[in-house]
Design a protein around this ligand. Structure first.
Ligand code: PLP
Ligand code: LYS
Length: 443
């Protein structure tokens, strides 16, 4: 759950050890594992902190969503921002996913990973000219337009390149998705999208510009949504608009509902019923004869990622108990930024037998906001022991930084019994070597 309203009923590890698959884990030969590789083995081989991704979990999520939408042509355009690891992208590309990108950098990543340009949709409220040029030149499937000014700019760039480019209008359906306020993007006052009331005018303008082909409508109402109803409500609004624009002669061919499908963080989180969501969406879009586009990020990769960390020490300050670990807010920002809840469990199952403690799990960064959990009932981990921070596959590494000159965590991908290091940890000297001194300071 993104909000801090999580009601904790017991120690973190109990529900996880009882049903590890909800968090993309397995208990194999008495050990906590991602697929067939024990987390302890990964820490021994690669060190900590390390992000571990399960290829099978990503594939299972992709197939579940594809299956839910099987009755109607649907493009699943993975939101690259959730986890832009090349291994994750290449894996999803191989499964048949497209990409939802928000920058020229993400376009490049997606193309290098093997995503065909005609499966790429370009979202984002501040696209740069050079990013638009790259997208137009690559021949992306659609540029999702956020304002009239952007529409005119895209037309101008296409004209300069001698190209015709496909655009979709990203609308703001003014729907409250019941999520953390930072993650609600489809409310009237948010910076995203075109107001519904302005849609007909912008569509007419798009159709009048010869460099543009208006191919559809899009929206994205927010992130970590666990209930189908806000998706269906926004879809209904867009479907109504499709009918009105078609009556005006607009040749629309796709309806892009964005991402936002949520995952399990806290044990008490309900599960989004994707099968029901897919059935409802495809049923709604079928009579319109439009292709459905979805832009899930978190749903595909969130539960497939674990942040593996080692306990540095324990400390008591008054009534408060601290477990100090070697992962920090620079590795996983979500707890500090949103008060987000990620279960933290011992990698050693036997540690789960010990009487639990109530503690803050904190990192070494010099900020009071540097915590992975606060006031949490956990197994009492001792220095040197390993902990797994769960549901960390989305917006974990993607939002990491090197604050406090802490090298980025390593990343590994597991498939079956196979372990691949996909991002080795950089040395501090390599970080320093990325920079240059001005001539007057060079030694
Ligand atoms: C336009 C757009 N599409 C897709 C996503 C992916 O969101 P999520 O990871 O919640 O599926 C986002 C991020 O919220 C977004 O802004
Ligand atoms: N960064 C957010 C999601 C943002 C979605 C992008 N619009 C998170 O960690 O939950």
């Amino acid at each position: 759950m993104v909000s801090s309203e999580v009601v904790q009923t017991g120690p973190d590890h109990a529900p996880v050890f009882a049903a590890p698959a909800r968090w993309g884990l397995r208990v194999a030969s008495g050990r906590l594992a991602v697929e067939e590789v024990a987390l302890a083995e990964i820490a021994a081989a690669v060190g900590t902190p390390t992000y571990v991704y399960g290829a099978g979990e990503i594939a299972a999520r992709f197939h579940a969503l594809a299956r839910a939408c099987r009755s109607h042509p649907t493009l699943i355009a993975y939101a690259v921002k959730a986890n832009s690891s090349q291994a994750v992208l290449a894996h999803l590309a191989q499964l048949g996913a497209g990409a939802d990108i928000v920058s020229g950098g993400e376009l490049r990543r997606a193309l290098v990973a093997g995503v065909p340009a005609d499966k790429v949709v370009f979202s984002g409220v501040g696209k740069l000219d050079e990013e638009l040029d790259a997208a137009i030149a690559a021949g992306v499937r659609a540029i999702n337009i956020e304002s009239v000014a952007e529409l005119d700019r895209v037309a101008a760039r296409a004209r300069a390149l001698g190209r015709v480019t496909s655009v979709a209008l990203r609308l703001n359906p003014d729907i409250d998705p019941d999520t953390h306020p930072y993650l609600a993007t489809g409310l009237r006052e948010s910076k995203f999208g075109i107001a519904m009331a302005d849609a007909a005018g912008v569509a007419a303008r798009a159709r009048a510009l010869p460099e543009l082909r208006l191919c559809g409508l899009a929206c994205h109402i927010g992130s970590q949504i666990l209930d189908e109803s806000p998706f269906l409500a926004s879809f209904e609004r867009l479907c109504g608009l499709v009918r009105a624009l078609r009556a005006d002669g607009a040749p629309l061919r796709q309806l892009d509902l964005g991402g936002g499908m949520g995952i399990t963080y806290a044990p008490a989180d309900r599960e989004l019923d994707v099968e029901r969501l897919g059935a409802a969406l495809t049923a709604a879009v079928a009579p319109l004869g439009l292709e459905l586009v979805l832009e899930p990020g978190r749903y595909l990769v969130g539960s497939a990622g674990v942040l593996l960390t080692r306990v540095i020490g324990r400390k008591r300050s008054g009534e408060r108990e601290f477990v100090i670990v070697d992962a920090a807010m620079n590795d996983l920002l979500r707890p500090a930024l949103y008060g987000a809840y990620h279960p933290i469990v011992p990698v050693d199952l036997a540690a789960g037998e010990r009487p639990t403690i109530r503690a803050d799990v904190v990192g070494p960064v010099c900020e009071c906001g540097d915590f992975l959990a606060q006031d949490r009932l956990i197994a009492p981990a001792e220095p040197g022991e390993l902990l797994a921070v769960l549901s960390a596959g989305a917006y974990g590494m993607a939002m990491a930084s090197t604050y406090n000159t802490r090298p980025l965590a390593a990343e590994v991908m597991v498939r079956g019994g196979e372990l691949a290091v996909t991002r080795p940890r950089k040395t501090v000297d390599a970080l320093i070597a990325d920079e240059q001194l001005p001539a007057w300071l060079a030694r």
